[in-house]
Design a protein around this ligand. Sequence first.
Ligand code: WQD
Length: 345
Amino acid sequence: MSVSVLVTGGAGFIGSHTVIALAAAGYRPVVYDNFSNSHQSILDGLREILGTDVPCYVADCTDKAALFDVVEREHIQGVVHFAAFKAVGESVQEPLRYYRNNLDALLTLLEVMLEVGVHDLIFSSSCTVYGTPDHLPVTESSPVLPALSPYGNTKQIGEEMLRDAVTAGKPLRVISLRYFNPIGAHSSALIGELPIGVPNNLVPYITQTAIGLRPELIVFGDDYPTPDGTCIRDYIHVMDLAEAHVSALNNLRRLGALATHYDVFNIGTGRGASVLEVVRTFEEVSGQPLRYRIGPRRSGDVPAVYADASKAQEHLGWTARRTLHDALADAWRWEQHWQKLSAQP
Ligand code: WQD
């Protein structure tokens, strides 16, 4: 009987790709999602890729009774926790909604895990905990700076809650994964990123511009202290990121009888790319020029951040395998597929 793993937020962008990676590794993923930021078509895509229905519960992580029932009924032995609000700008406008949702969900999950006796947890954290780093690339011992947004703060507080629970001796074995910039889609183009409304993030904005949904891309500033003046980020293919969750879960399960454990890993490619480099690479991928112009800086953007991901390679045996070109090609294929799908009656 394969090990059942609860994937909260499993119908979301990173969650759905992690469902694929878990199944490919022989785990039995169980999706638990309130669909506040996803679409039924993602479940259809998962079914088509996996050739079977993925157990899915439409419920909220702050609903303790519902969560307790699913963890018991599905004999869950490990959890990958994605379910959270994640729009940086929105979190600045609605901080209390973000603290309530993101922290309440994690606390409820931990209570259920401890009551049922589930020990292994992979927590979705973020490179935003590094703020504007003094040194690059950032390592896991780079200073965690005051968060630049309530969203980023919920990730920092989440990590601290988990570390404190383990330090207190609670029977939890936890790995926090600090993501850099997830982009791309599964190579089948049957699942991908589904930004609700106008995309905040660069790559979905690029693909929507290329397909004609947006008139042009605005590059937010080209006067940063970087080689071409535009911001540098560590863009990681979402399938590489998904596979990192499997490597982290495998690492926990290899701990055997060890009751408590906490660790943190950067999950990035270790390579920085500027906004203009992403634009140029996308133009190679799509074979067409992208309409863009330079606009003013976006507040809160840091000039450059990218990962030193050597700790994950050394301890988890994981490293990013796919290139920026691969990710943009998969993102473009997904955009074209999704526009056809959403145009159907
Ligand atoms: C990337 C670069 C923009 C849009 C996000 C999340 C963060 C974390 C990582 C989860 C920046 C520029 C963007 C546009 C642009 N995710 N840009 N025009 O801000 O690095 O971080 O992913 O934890 O929480 O916010 O990603 O894609 O928004 O921006 O020029 O229309 O692209 O200025 O330099 P970001 P992003």
